[in-house]
Design a protein around this ligand. Structure first.
Ligand code: PXG
Length: 464
């Protein structure tokens, strides 16, 4: 095993981390007892921990390292930009070459009617921007009562108080007084878990029409926008039935509300196109971007808006902005990332080559006795664990108990596969090779086998 010597011993790192570092989405007391895993380096699709163990990262960090780890070009661009102009703001009628170049490049890549971007430091900030953007948009059109934004249960749109309110995560709403006013949530198009006896297509229509019902309930004059991820990511890669998005689109158009597509995960190749909107035929008024925009090498996000929205918002001073809106180093790195995605045809590779290869292998996991469904779009996938395949049954144990057991086996087998409840999810770097796909599937299968053995031994193979 390779040893990494340029850092403190693992135990000391863990003790310092436990003493001084509060982790996101973590029971920090429990983690301090257990000892954190320390990652010290990464290359391609592999991360290495402080003990020298190499782990296949089938989550691409947090769904973001689209081009893989260790691309020196991005480091070189960051270094050069830091030396030339490390920071300047984009307030007060100033700009700089990296933000100008990135804005223009994004306009080329986005659908034809979207040509303008407002930058933020993250997806959360971008979605906070969107809340203000859509309300201000309607106010400028003399319809200031149009304020409410409709989202979905189990959506993820960020962790700031505005974006977490847009999200539909109960566990988040329970802490800190959310959702904020004028945000409501409708059903998600989660056929496996909530579709019952309906066909996928019927269920897709039913979920979409919940939007129409909600607009009726609130009154069209009070609704500003609908927000949705083309495919819900953190919600467990919820791939909507084919009927869903066309119906949502129809309703938004007919009922005169804006459509915000949150592309933070789906964007930049993840679904086999530059944007999830293309994969699902969505015409959005606003797209939220982050993550794959820089492949996670620098924090950057943004709101891309249609020409119509840009024209309306441009008619007034928009009293909004972040110190790091259009940060030059982040923009330069994002631009270089986009160059690599394009010049190495990585989006085509996902659509035509490695995506289909991964999909075939991933879908075959549905044959495993523990798997009730496999679903995957481009290179984001999920498998549902079940004690009873025929009935799509949930486990009798608390939701997430089995998922956590499986995740621990994945860790033990040196592959990062996350669990959401009792579903296991992947979102690997888009640059994965076929050998790496094979390794991913081999380790996933081994982990599923080990999970099944443990569930049987622990008496957990029981339906709810
Ligand atoms: N929108 C979507 C669709 C996301 O997935 C955000 C917005 C917020 O982006 P920032 O950059 O503010 O984190 C996200 C983020 C997980 C996980 O465990 C997912 C995200 C973030 C952290 C954890 O799946 N998605």
């Amino acid at each position: 095993m390779k040893r990494i010597d340029n850092h403190l011993p693992t135990k000391e790192l863990q003790a310092l981390d436990a003493a001084h570092h509060m982790h996101p989405f973590t029971a920090n007391g429990e983690l301090a007892e257990k000892g954190v895993r320390v990652i010290t380096q990464a290359k391609g699709a592999f991360i290495t921990d402080s003990e020298g163990v190499e782990i296949l990262d089938a989550m691409a960090g947090l769904w973001c390292v689209n081009i893989g780890y260790g691309r020196k070009e991005l480091a070189d661009v960051a270094s050069a930009q830091m030396q030339q102009l490390p920071y300047y703001n984009t307030f007060f009628q100033t700009s700089h070459p990296p933000v100008i170049a990135l804005s223009a490049r994004l306009a080329e890549l986005a659908p034809a009617h979207i040509n303008t971007v407002f930058f933020a430091g993250s997806g959360s900030e971008a979605n906070d921007t969107n809340i203000r953007l859509v309300r201000h948009y309607w106010a400028l059109k003399s319809k200031s009562s149009k304020k409410t934004i409709i989202s979905r249960h189990n959506a993820y749109h960020g962790s700031s108080i505005g974006s977490a309110s847009l999200g539909g995560m109960q566990g988040m709403h329970a802490q800190g007084g959310m959702p904020i006013p004028d945000i409501t949530h409708i059903a998600q198009p989660y056929w496996y878990g909530e579709g019952g006896d309906m066909s996928r297509d019927e269920f897709g229509l039913k979920c979409a029409r919940a939007l129409e019902d909600e607009i009726d309930r609130l009154g069209e004059d009070n609704v500003a926008a609908f927000i949705g991820e083309p495919v819900q990511g953190a919600g467990a890669v919820i791939v909507p039935p084919a009927t869903y998005w066309p119906e949502i689109q129809r309703i938004c158009k007919e009922r005169n509300i804006l459509l915000i597509a949150d592309e933070v995960i789906c964007g930049f190749g993840r679904t086999g196109n530059w944007f999830g909107c293309e994969t699902f035929g969505i015409k959005a008024d606003i797209m939220t971007i982050a993550k794959g925009l820089s492949s996670g090498y620098m924090p950057i996000g943004g709101s891309m808006v249609s020409d119509e929205v840009a024209a309306v918002i441009g008619g007034d001073e928009f009293n909004h902005g972040y110190t790091y809106s259009g940060h030059p180093v982040a923009c330069a790195v994002a631009l270089e990332n986009l160059r690599i995605l394009e010049e190495e045809s990585i989006v085509d590779y996902v659509r035509e080559d490695i995506g289909p290869y991964l999909q075939k292998k991933w879908n075959a996991l549905a044959n495993h006795p523990l798997v009730g469904e496999a679903r995957i779009v481009g290179m984001m996938g999920a498998i549902e664990l079940t004690p009873d395949k025929a009935n799509r049954a949930a486990f009798a144990s608390d939701k997430g108990t089995v998922g956590l057991i499986c995740r621990e086996h994945c860790f033990a087998n040196n592959v990062i596969i996350r669990h959401v409840g009792d579903a296991m999810i992947i979102s690997p770097p888009l640059t994965l090779t076929r050998d790496e796909v094979d390794l991913l599937i081999e380790r996933a299968t081994k982990s599923l086998d080990a999970t099944l053995v443990q569930l049987k031994a622990d008496g957990l193979m029981k339906s709810a």
